[in-house]
Design a protein. Structure first.
Ligand code: SF4
Ligand code: SF4
Length: 292
């Protein structure tokens, strides 16, 4: 089984639109949205949920109102200011609680439970392009790196169970913990970049990350015609480092038009942009087949 992650040094490069198109073009795959802090591949793929699971990660304190005597010890000891007295007595603000367990240890009434934190949900769904694994974190929930690992594991298990040979992932933007998790065990990272100085800088950072984790790396320059000089600089950088440039895609309003219709751009096959993406996917597959 092979795993491809589409990444970008930062958000807003068109990564998800391209992943959606590749999800359409790729055969025998599970699609996986690893951009768990801001998932939006579902807007294009419109998944129908078939399985829903709670994502539990870390711990949080919870006060049992029946046992609490209202002494206030917990609030005075919590250095994260997570416990407040309100109309319903003392309660813990789950967003502030860091799970240090101090209040649990010092509550004289043993009124504080220490429970696994419910951070969101993950789903296995069906889409018009095949199965999809995705998630929704609650606002303010952390541990997105761990959720990425859960999703990847589920996607791999699903691919094995269904006899599919590819996991195609929409990675998180940036170079933080979720991206690092999304690179783990991946055969190929395809970075989508835009021709701006900051785009080049972000690309270099994400390329270094892939080099560090020994993940094969290739590049798509999106909207290359918006700044030919910068596009040339990115190409020169890729040549120097031996990173294949898989495509130089023009800025094309058809991408937005498809998005508004809830479609991926390759579902509008008459467009030159769609034909270019079809060739790009063929290049990705060829590159993938060449990786040992
Ligand atoms: S320390 Fe325990 S008994 Fe005292 S206010 Fe906090 S939860 Fe209630
Ligand atoms: S576990 Fe720690 S952070 Fe959470 S409410 Fe108790 S003292 Fe505060």
């Amino acid at each position: 089984m092979r795993e491809i992650v589409i990444i970008s040094g930062k958000g807003g490069t068109g990564k998800t639109s391209l992943t959606g198109a590749f999800a359409h073009l790729a055969a025998n795959k599970v699609v996986c949205d690893l951009d768990v802090d801001a998932p939006d591949l579902h807007l294009l793929l419109r998944p129908v949920r078939e399985r829903e699971e709670r994502f539990l990660s870390g711990y949080e304190a919870r006060i049992d109102g029946e046992r609490c005597t209202g002494c206030g010890v917990c609030a005075s000891l919590c250095r994260f200011d997570a416990i407040r007295e309100g109309e319903r007595g003392y309660t813990v603000d789950p967003i502030r609680c860091e799970g240090c367990k101090v209040c649990v240890a010092f509550c004289p009434a043993e009124a504080i439970r220490f429970e696994l934190r419910h951070c969101g949900h993950w789903y296995v769904s069906s889409t018009r392009f095949g199965p999809m694994v995705h998630a929704q974190l609650f606002p303010g929930a952390e541990n997105s790196g761990r959720l990425v690992m859960v999703l990847k594991q589920q996607a791999r298990e699903l691919a094995t169970a269904k006899g599919l040979d590819l996991v195609l992932c929409d990675g998180a933007p940036g170079i933080g913990c979720p991206v690092i998790s999304s690179l783990s065990g991946t055969h190929l990272a395809v970075a989508v970049t835009e021709p701006t100085p900051s785009g080049r800088h972000d690309l270099e950072r994400v390329a270094d990350l892939c080099r560090h984790f020994q993940v094969a790396f290739a590049v798509i320059i999106n909207k290359h015609d918006l700044n030919q000089d910068e596009a040339s600089r990115i190409e020169a950088y890729c040549r120097e480092r031996d990173y294949p440039v898989l495509a130089r895609l023009p800025h094309d309003p058809i991408v937005t038009r498809a998005m508004i219709q809830g479609l991926v751009v390759t579902e509008l096959p008459e467009a030159a942009f769609s034909r270019e993406l079809t060739s790009t996917w063929a290049r990705i597959e060829a590159l993938m087949n060449g990786i040992g």
